[in-house]
Design a protein around this ligand. Structure first.
Ligand code: KIV
Ligand code: ZN
Length: 506
């Protein structure tokens, strides 16, 4: 069976989603999970785009040795050198150079002629080859480019040494049958095409990224670029979990080999949404909360008699455990550590102790602690940037006849600050008081509450989107007391804003 390479770009294109920016520790944690998932390539970032991106590509290249590591680069020698500076530590580095080939991009963005771009593409690939053997070339906006011209650029890139040529549907414009024809055309037209792996990269603007990717594979593409949960620019990229599970579930139709360890899909999805705060819709294929839930009586009856009546995949095959009830207040550290491992997290001893202490507090309040509770604890306690603001205490008084009042204590740089304030409701009172203490001026754009598991003792998970000075961040907090969860989410968002402001020098 021929192999399809899975090229994960969650840390590069995915990170370009609004609100998806991650700090270095978060990127490292996700990169390690992608390594466990056994994707073929991790695109770790775009080194010349910012010092933060450079650092994260470098660290991932140094520490993630089992997977090929790619870094994106424009065609200038300076960009390519910078990409190499970060990538050179990798056991198997890949420089990924790109330039647009559509007339729209040439005329309005690059202000270059077709001949200039053709020449620049070849020159950039040849330059990147001076650093390393493995070079990928992407023709940005390929699907809106003149196919004859695109074929010339692809041929020039391969001639210059590109080992992979990528044909991106940058704006999610193409229709599956058209994409299939374009790939077939390039395979016939480009004389040296057999010397490179043909790759595809689809965006989801018309909701066809996965269908386009699979059609391109049928026409001869052998590398698919995709992201966990389908995050990415605008409407996102093709979703890794949907592509992989389609190829595996319909092996009778596709018959290709895919190296991904599918049992690591769900942990990867949960890890990413825990880090970014971008929630997965319940009806999302493969990883949504309802993906394996059967509601209709006829369906439930069928499933009880024979699972294959209504299930084409087993939830366990993507890492969703059937029995989600895990631990209680008598569970010990050993059981806790083992359970955390099965959820895909490798925690240091210090982080494990921190999470265990919080687990004990939750277990004291709830009879049953579910996988989702543990993930919320980890997201809340561990997956966060070093806190400038730390919530120490929160007391709220509210009711139908009292004016909602909050008393808040926050630690800032080791010093304790306390304030009290009123509001229109308990959350409003808490938020106004927190912003008084922290002297922050962010706007609250979104406030979402989600019960992590069932029951009135469920932990509440609050997600907020905050904006200040054009910077937008997501904050998350979880607690059995929903007002405390809301305060934690707000403070998490404020910490992220401070972090971003420092990076951007605002
Ligand atoms: O969508 C796109 O064209 C890209 C390229 C840089 C590969 O992300
Ligand atoms: Zn893209």
């Amino acid at each position: 069976m021929e192999k399809i390479r899975i090229f994960d770009t969650t840390l590069r294109d995915g990170e370009q989603s609004p609100g998806a920016s991650m700090n270095l520790d978060e990127k490292m944690m996700l990169a390690r999970q992608l390594e466990r998932l056994k994707v073929d390539v991790i695109e770790a970032g775009f080194p010349s785009s910012s010092p933060g991106d450079f650092e994260s590509v470098k660290r991932i290249a140094q520490e993630v040795q089992e997977t090929q590591i790619a870094g994106l680069s424009r065609t200038t020698p300076g960009d390519i050198d910078r990409a190499w500076e970060a990538l050179k530590y990798a056991r198997n580095p890949l420089i990924h150079v790109f330039i647009a080939t559509s007339d729209i991009h040439l005329q309005y963005k690059l202000r270059k002629s077709r001949e200039e771009v053709l020449e620049e593409a070849g020159r950039a690939v040849a330059y990147a080859k001076r650093h390393t053997q493995e070079v990928e070339f992407s023709a940005e906006d390929a699907t809106r480019s003149d196919p004859e011209y695109l074929a010339r650029v692809v041929e020039a890139a391969i001639e210059a040494g590109a080992t992979i040529v990528n044909i991106p549907d940058t704006v999610g414009y193409i229709i599956p049958t058209e994409y299939g024809k374009l790939i077939t055309f390039l395979r016939q037209k480009v004389k040296n095409i057999h010397k490179a792996i043909l790759s595809i990269h689809c965006h989801n603007d018309l909701g066809m990224a996965v269908a386009n990717s699979l059609t391109a594979v049928e026409s001869g593409a052998r590398q698919i670029e995709c992201t966990i949960n389908g995050i990415g620019e605008r409407a996102g990229n093709a979703s890794l979990e949907e592509i992989v599970m389609a190829l595996k579930t319909r092996r009778d139709f596709f018959s290709y080999q895919v190296g991904v360890v599918t049992e690591q899909i769900y942990p990867a999805s949960r890890l990413l949404s825990g880090i970014t705060g971008i929630l997965v819709p319940p009806n999302k294929a493969i990883v949504g909360a309802n993906a394996f839930a059967h509601e209709a009586g006829i369906h439930q009856d069928g499933i009880l008699k024979e699972k294959t009546t209504y299930e084409i995949m087993r939830p366990e095959s993507v890492g969703i455990s059937q029995s989600t009830l895990v631990l209680g207040k008598h569970s010990g550290r050993h059981a806790f550590r083992e359970k955390i491992k099965t959820l895909g997290y490798e925690l240091s001893e210090a982080h494990l102790n921190q999470a265990f202490q919080r687990f004990k507090e939750v277990a004291d309040k709830k009879k049953q602690v579910f996988d989702e509770d543990l993930e919320a604890i980890i997201a809340d306690e561990i997956l966060r940037i070093p806190d400038l603001f730390k919530l120490v205490n929160l007391n709220v008084v509210s009711g139908s006849v009292t004016v909602p009042t909050a008393t808040v204590q926050i630690e800032i740089g080791g010093k304790l600050y306390q304030e009290a304030g009123f509001g229109d409701g308990p959350v409003d009172a808490a938020y106004k008081t927190i912003s008084k203490i922290t002297k922050t001026k962010s706007h609250l754009l979104k406030f979402l509450v989600n019960a992590i598991t069932g029951g009135t003792d469920a932990q509440g998970e609050v997600t907020v989107i905050l904006e200040e000075e054009g910077i937008r961040v997501t904050g998350q907090g979880a607690h059995t007391d929903i007002i405390i969860a809301a305060a934690k989410a707000y403070i998490n968002g404020l910490n992220k804003l401070e972090h971003q402001k420092r990076i951007k020098g605002v």
